[in-house]
Write a protein that binds this ligand. Structure first.
Ligand code: NAP
Length: 285
């Protein structure tokens, strides 16, 4: 008889990881410092920043928030990042995205010194990830890997299918799973026969951003389903990409939304800030 389905409790795993991290930070004489830069008034970004600052405070990480106005110029944003790059007390710099439309995020991020990149978005860090030597890994994909590890899910030789190819989620996710010896297929909006590919997946990671995108007929019996999506349903309620209620009973493991990948992302930001502070190389342990 097959094992019963398990709902992965990302909130509990994230709390466990934060407790472990706090013990390590408590031992540090000099506490890690994170600078968070937010430009403009995007309400979702403001909430994310508030949550990040709160998570840092709970772990003893010093955080410094810089709020720039919606009308800031590219030069002003870059000058602030350059200044933070030279400050001793700042171990990590996070530029909250998206930026207002008139600003170039890629050019701005290039002003974060690679040794203070806590998101793993720098070209240098992405390149190291290709070589399986990443110092810092993007928070969300890293959080997914930690969830799979904590659940004892074997990746070697498994077919992992990723829906989405963004630089922040899909692509680094693919590289991490490949580095963990899974056989990886990456799907996107031009993929043909997407449903058939998904049905081949032992591990299905969805990062598309469309509510109820992954339906029951796309999931193989016993698959592990990880839902990165954060969407609103027809009633305005937070939901993922997966039609959770109709899919869950055929999976072996599934992450809910909320309470799955989401809580891991901020936890991984604190972890990456810690790694920057101790100048340790941020491999997936
Ligand atoms: P994104 O940059 O918009 O990328 C979405 C990806 O989905 C793209 O690669 C796109 O393909 C693909 N896609 C869109 N429609 C598709 C379709 N019909 N069939 C197949 N693929 C399709 O989004 P993202 O930043 O990666 O985020 C994805 C989701 O994860 C969003 O809901 C976001 O809110 C969520 N998210 C959650 C967390 C968390 O902490 N839980 C963190 C980050 C993001 P193309 O490349 O061909 O356009």
């Amino acid at each position: 008889m097959s094992e019963p389905m398990k709902i992965i409790d990302g909130k509990a795993i994230a709390a466990e990881l934060r407790a472990e991290l706090k013990e390590k930070i408590d031992l540090l004489e000099r506490k890690p410092g994170l600078a968070v830069v937010i430009v403009g008034e995007d309400p979702a970004s403001k909430i994310y920043v508030r949550n990040k600052v709160k998570a840092c405070a709970e772990l003893g990480i010093r955080s410094y928030t810089y709020e720039l106005s919606e009308t800031s110029t590219q030069e002003e944003v870059e000058a602030l990042l350059d200044k933070l790059g030279t400050q001793e007390e700042v171990d990590g710099i996070l530029l909250q995205l998206p930026l207002p439309r008139h600003l170039n995020a890629e050019a701005a991020c290039a002003h974060i010194p690679v040794e203070k990149d806590v998101d793993g978005f720098s070209a240098y860090n992405l390149g190291l990830l290709m070589r399986n030597r990443a110092e810092i890994v993007a928070c969300t994909p890293l959080g997914v890997m930690k969830l799979l590890q904590r659940e004892g899910i074997c990746l070697e030789g498994k077919h992992a299918v990723i829906l989405g190819r963004s630089e922040t989620v899909g692509k680094p996710m693919a590289m991490l799973l490949l580095n963990a010896n899974a056989t990886v297929t990456v799907c996107h909006s031009r993929t043909k026969d997407l449903k058939a590919i998904c049905r081949e997946a032992d591990i299905l990671v969805s990062a598309v951003g469309i509510a109820k995108f992954v339906t029951r007929d796309m999931v193989k019996e016993g698959a592990v389903v990880v839902d990165v999506g954060m969407n609103r349903d027809e009633n305005g309620k937070l939901c993922g990409d997966v039609d959770f209620e109709n899919v869950k009973d055929i999976t072996s493991h599934i992450t809910p939304v909320p309470g799955g990948v989401g809580p891991m992302t901020i936890t991984m930001l604190t972890y990456n800030t810690y790694l920057r502070a101790i100048d340790k190389r941020g491999r997936v342990e």
